[in-house]
Design a binder for this molecule. Structure first.
Ligand SMILES: NC(=O)c1ccc[n+]([C@@H]2O[C@H](COP(=O)([O-])OP(=O)(O)OC[C@H]3O[C@@H](n4cnc5c(N)ncnc54)[C@H](O)[C@@H]3O)[C@@H](O)[C@H]2O)c1
Length: 367
């Protein structure tokens, strides 16, 4: 029996926003696994509050988040998010109406995306086995290319103009760099690669590089190297073993982390944490994938990305032991080849979920 379970189970309040597409399917699976884990471990208790903020709500009411909605979210310890985006709502409205409308005011400035090849699964890279690709991508999550600055004029005319302005502030770059160095320091290889495009973008990206090197001086135990984002794609494919922790801008890391997930086996396995490291606001946890219109309602969405996300959420809440156990159970199920078709299997979302719940019960039996 763990020392924890002699005390009262620690309570956590989780806000669930399943939203669109396969979001509700994977979040339901994630909640089932988390409930099983909390019951089996006895060391923590989760209460879930559902928020029906989605593109359906938007179409009915004209808004994704009702008045006072963010204040309600603040009362929770963490937010578990599915995916937002619907075929009949422009993507920039759904993303800005829901996901960014939470991340930005809550200053969840560090978007953390671990990726590795899970045991029992295969990378599309011929020579990469589990252990050969084990990365954490830290994405600046509050400004950069997604700062929302810019405008359009002369709409529809031949001389129509649009600007999309990237914003880089010293304060935001410094804080995400420091977070990335701390993340790198906490990993065995203590190596940080900062990604840039300072050959072509000579203002914001040059400041980004300078700040990376300034902050590096505070972390003499961390090895640092620099990559231009285009060359980084080649290195990820050709020398995955050479990378560990990676820090990049909002846009660059958004793209690189999808590549990372695919190289690890599938976009369906990868997690994301949107962290407010000051802990003033709740942090938000979501699988990396989107609404996946092509498989919505078919019961074949891979729930592993949400399970891994749930493990990252528990880790953030301080439940390290349960997080490690959950990851172990996920990998055991992958080793048994109970996987969805994106990983080459035939299992449904429900079958993978039941198999992970079964592993959890066994892992804690006779604890
Ligand atoms: N964080 C978010 O909420 C988020 C992220 C990305 C995209 N989106 C939105 O989602 C919608 C669709 O975007 P997209 O097609 O570019 O990306 P997507 O991630 O939804 O889908 C890309 C491909 O990956 C597959 N896939 C995704 N998740 C999977 C899973 N769990 N299991 C198995 N296969 C999976 C899909 O079937 C599809 O073929 C758009 O509206 C987009 O704006 C939202």
């Amino acid at each position: 029996m763990s020392p924890h379970s002699l005390q009262h189970p620690k309570p956590y309040s989780i806000a669930c926003i399943p939203a669109d597409g396969i979001g509700p399917e994977v979040i339901a699976a994630g909640v089932q696994v988390l409930k099983t884990l909390s019951a089996a471990s006895g060391s923590f208790q989760l209460s879930f509050t559902d928020y029906d903020w989605s593109s359906e709500t938007y179409k009915k009411t004209g808004q994704y988040i009702p008045a006072g909605g963010l204040d309600s979210l603040k009362a929770h310890d963490a937010i578990l998010f599915g995916a937002v985006g619907a075929p009949d709502v422009p993507d920039h409205l759904s993303l800005w109406g829901l996901r960014l409308a939470i991340c930005q005011p809550f200053q969840q400035y560090a978007n953390v995306r671990p990726t590795r090849i899970l045991r029992g699964t295969e990378s599309p890279l011929r020579k990469a086995a589990p252990g050969d690709l084990d990365w954490v991508i830290v994405r600046e999550n509050s400004e950069g290319e997604y700062a929302g600055q810019g405008g359009r004029s002369h709409r529809g005319r031949a001389w129509e103009t649009a600007t999309e302005v990237s914003i880089f502030t010293r304060a935001a770059v410094e804080r995400v760099m420091r977070f990335a160095f701390e993340t790198a320091r906490g990993r065995p290889r203590k190596t940080l690669t900062y990604v840039t495009k300072s050959n072509a973008q000579r203002n914001g990206m040059v400041m980004w590089d300078e700040i990376a090197l300034e902050v590096a001086r505070e972390f003499p135990d961390v090895k640092v190297d620099k990559m231009l984002v285009d060359a980084m794609t080649c290195r990820m494919v050709l020398q995955p073993q050479s990378l560990d922790t990676i820090v990049a801008t909002n846009l660059h890391a958004d793209i690189l982390s999808d590549l990372a997930a695919a190289l690890a086996g599938s976009i369906g396995i990868a997690p994301t944490s949107n962290l407010d490291p000051t802990r003033e606001h709740p942090s938000m946890f979501e699988p990396i994938h989107g609404s996946a219109f092509d498989i919505t309602g078919k019961g074949v969405a891979n729930p592993v990305g949400t399970f891994w996300t749930a493990a990252e959420m528990l880790r953030w809440l301080g439940e390290e032991e349960a997080a490690d156990k959950l990851m172990e159970c996920i990998e055991k199920v992958c080793e048994k080849k109970i996987v969805t078709r994106d990983l080459g299997g035939e299992a449904t979302t429900k079958q993978v979920t039941s198999a992970v719940c079964e592993e959890i019960k066994q892992a804690y039996a006779g604890k």
